[in-house]
Ligand binder design. Structure first.
Ligand SMILES: C[S@@+](CC[C@H](N)C(=O)[O-])C[C@H]1O[C@@H](n2cnc3c(N)ncnc32)[C@H](O)[C@@H]1O
Ligand code: SF4
Length: 351
């Protein structure tokens, strides 16, 4: 036997994914493929800011699919196992199923999700499923047409979104999750109807506490309905039982209706910040890398990409940024004067 023994110390770096300063790995990558949107939800892209002459990115400024794929490969090497395609409205991006098809083939990716406002879903659901997408999240804040119009900035309609959800179901996308942003006095009186509609269908409604993302949405803590308050209101009508989180860092707290009516979730980033387990990285449509939804600045990956950087060089940039990461904005929110910061808008880096 004459096997060459490699000292363990020489292997220390092999296969070890970077951890940030709070020992958090990178597990999820959220890719914004489009900064534009066909809605103007006041909590995300208020009309007074995102008006007709607002300067969105030119298509040459957005990462092309090849660039997105290269970055996704680099992030997989850094530990990413899950991708979420988002925006702006991702279904506005021409030929999106081509990108989905390529991303589903990436070795190391275990899960790909897509978040959409649902307006264009009826048209694209079958193609997305055929490209390899398995599940989908559709944002829908209410079934009441007037409240919907208020929360979408006057664009789109409940029936189109429900039709999109139906097409997703028929295309075999499962599970279908619904994201519902809750605002006190705006849509919270319509949530039982929303739940009654989806109970028993397998569709999972997840309530999101209204967050102070970006700087334009005039966030007011009085409009936040805490998940705890909402869960109590729901349980008074339909008793609930808690369910285990699927994995460390999962954002939604899960509950099941005790009568077998299915599952719901609560995303409580305001009342119960989950920074301690946050393993999410984000890339904006023009290729900036953000380590927090509430970041004030990103790191440009497009310039090195377009200057011909190798995947090793890009990996070193990502590793360097992640190992220096110390964000825990949601935990610090109360003491920081949230709206004074120049935070990045959500349509730009995605939810
Ligand atoms: C930025 S959107 C992008 C994808 C797509 N346009 C959509 O609406 O699903 C992603 C998610 O962020 C949520 N969101 C946007 N602004 C928010 C806010 N201020 N607080 C909580 N959630 C918000 C949306 O409701 C949506 O579910
Ligand atoms: S939440 Fe989604 S649909 Fe609404 S404005 Fe933001 S990006 Fe558009």
């Amino acid at each position: 036997m004459n096997e060459k023994v490699i000292p363990l110390s020489n292997l220390a770096h092999v296969g070890r994914a970077p951890l940030d300063t709070l020992r958090r790995p990178i597990h999820d990558l959220r890719i914004s493929v489009m900064d534009r949107c066909n809605f103007r939800c006041p909590y995300c892209m208020p009309r007074e800011t995102f008006h007709e002459s607002y300067r969105f990115l030119k298509s040459s400024e957005r990462l092309d699919f090849e660039e997105i794929l290269r970055l996704a490969r680099v992030f997989v090497r850094a530990g990413v196992k899950k991708l979420r395609i988002t925006g702006g409205e991702p279904l506005l991006r021409p030929n999106l199923p081509d990108l989905v098809g390529d991303l589903t083939q990436l070795p190391g990716i275990e899960d790909i999700a897509l978040t959409t406002n649902g307006m264009l879903l009826a048209r694209h659901a079958t193609e997305l499923r055929a490209a390899g997408l398995k599940r989908i999240t559709v944002s829908l804040d209410t079934l009441d047409p007037e409240v919907f119009a208020r929360m979408s900035g006057g664009f789109g309609g409940v029936s189109e979104v429900l039709d999109g959800i139906e097409h997703a179901r028929r295309a075999g996308l499962a599970p279908i999750k619904i994201n519902t942003v809750v605002q006190r006095g705006v849509n919270d009186h319509t949530l039982m109807d929303l739940l009654a509609h989806f109970r028993g269908t397998g569709v999972i409604v997840r309530f999101i506490e209204y967050m102070d993302v970006g700087t334009r949405n005039h966030w007011n803590p009085a409009l936040v309905v805490s998940s705890r308050e909402l869960a109590a209101r729901i349980a008074a009508r339909w008793p609930l039982e808690p369910r285990e989180r699927d994995y460390r860092g999962e954002v939604a707290e899960r509950y099941a209706f005790s009568d077998g009516g299915g599952e719901i979730g609560f995303i409580s980033s305001v009342s119960q910040p989950f920074c301690g387990d946050c393993s999410r990285a984000r890339i904006s449509s023009d290729g900036s890398f953000y380590t927090c939804l509430f970041a004030t600045q990103g790191v440009d990956l497009r310039a090195p990409l377009r200057a011909g950087a190798s995947e090793d060089e890009l990996y070193e940039i990502v590793r360097g940024v992640w190992t220096g990461r110390r964000d825990r904005y949601s935990e610090l929110r109360a003491s920081m004067g949230a709206n004074d910061l120049h935070k990045i808008e959500m349509n730009y880096i995605g939810g």
